[in-house]
Design a protein around this ligand. Structure first.
Ligand code: UT7
Length: 338
């Protein structure tokens, strides 16, 4: 028999940072051979945000994190773990972006590290936070999903440059004794068989930085879009059906379905398979594009700031990305009472 957790993990707050500069579909029409109509029809994207050239992933992550901490009602001195999900870290590969964010927020002498799970990063972080808290090792964890995806996009490649944007989202997850506040379940998985579906081939130990690698543009993201699309629909549909079944929760019990914002057609296919109504499905893809690890917390922040996310609302999160990785979670929004 599984032993009882020391305490439960509650999602206390959410925050996000969105860069000012907008890159619209009509801007992209002037850069590559594409049209607003093609992009909107195939992806649902109208525009995306692009960070300033002096703005790093940690700058955006720190801004989102400061908001999440402020909204959590927890003092930054009480945070005992800082974890960041990103595939566009400030540096390849040290120091970690989590360390830099911690320094920027003056949260020092606290464990901090990055994870690499591409677009699934934030839900992977939730699984880590849940495990650390249930084991009794940590009490207040700062989670950040931040990406300056524009730093690895080739703006001459129409198959990828139309998809991605920059931004950051953050959350505080804390220990609670109240089971009704707890993250219900997180399922995260991966299959490296499809590692070449989404890849930045360099720099890394396979292709160390050199002129040849730059000439071949190996530092930019490469994607087998159509293959990724098909696998995403199949895998996500199965994953969300499984997590609902395992927890004896029906689609209609979900207040907000918060899918990874990669492509409206993927979101619609999975939403339809679950029988989700339009009101349940959270959509930001039209204005932010795909912001990878920042996508889910930015979407949660969107419903929070528009007043739609209320205490006790149960969210179903689902995501899919490079690795390949995928993850889903059942998460009530549990701001601190009193
Ligand atoms: O976040 C991580 C997970 N990522 C994803 O889930 C992304 C999944 N993939 C997708 O969202 C879609 O596959 C894309 C939006 C990337 C592409 O849509 P698609 O319907 O799969 O198109 P396709 O790649 O099969 O290409 C269809 C046609 C091709 O032309 P031909 O060969 O039929 O003549 C492409 O060259 O569309 C062409 N094309 C474009 N045309 C205008 C590709 N990109 C563009 C473009 N503008 N930007």
């Amino acid at each position: 028999m599984a032993s009882l957790p020391n305490s439960y993990a509650a999602l206390r707050s959410i925050g996000a940072y969105v860069p000012e500069k907008i890159l619209s579909n009509s801007d992209l029409e002037k850069m590559v051979d594409t049209t607003d109509e093609w992009i909107y029809k195939r992806t649902g994207i109208k525009e995306r945000r692009i960070a300033d050239k002096n703005e790093s992933t940690s700058d955006m992550g720190a801004k989102a994190a400061a908001i999440a901490i402020e909204r959590s009602g927890i003092k930054k001195e009480e945070i005992d773990l800082v974890i960041c999900a990103t595939v566009t870290p400030d540096y390849f590969n040290m120091p970690s972006t989590a360390c830099i964010i911690s320094k920027k927020l003056d949260i020092i002498n606290v464990q901090a590290f990055d994870i690499s799970a591409a677009c699934s990063g934030f839900v992977y972080l939730l699984s880590i936070a849940k495990a650390f808290i249930e084991s009794g090792m940590k009490k207040n964890i700062l989670l950040i999903g931040a990406e300056k995806f524009s730093s690895i996009v080739d703006y001459t490649d129409r198959s990828t440059c139309i998809l991605f944007g920059d931004g950051a989202g953050a959350a505080v997850v804390s220990a609670t004794n109240d089971k009704s506040e707890a993250i219900i379940d997180v399922h995260a998985s991966a299959d490296g068989t499809y590692a070449d579906f989404l890849v930045t081939p360099a720099p890394g130990s396979v292709n160390p930085a050199n002129q040849k690698m730059l000439d071949k543009k190996l530092n930019f993201v490469q994607m087998k879009g159509n293959e990724t699309f098909k696998l995403a629909v199949k895998t996500l549909t199965k994953d969300v059906i499984d997590i609902l079944k395992r927890n004896n929760i029906k689609s209609e019990d979900i207040k907000h379905f918060v899918p990874h914002q990669a492509n409206y057609r993927i979101i619609k296919a999975v939403g339809d398979a679950l029988g989700m109504s339009k009101e349940q499905i959270v959509l930001t893809v039209q204005k932010y594009g795909n912001t990878s690890a920042a996508s889910i917390p930015m979407a949660i922040n969107d419903i929070y700031e528009s007043g739609r996310l209320k205490s006790g609302d149960v969210m179903l999160l689902d995501t899919f990305g490079g690795g390949l990785t995928w993850a889903s979670a059942l998460v009530p929004f549990s701001p601190k009472k009193g």
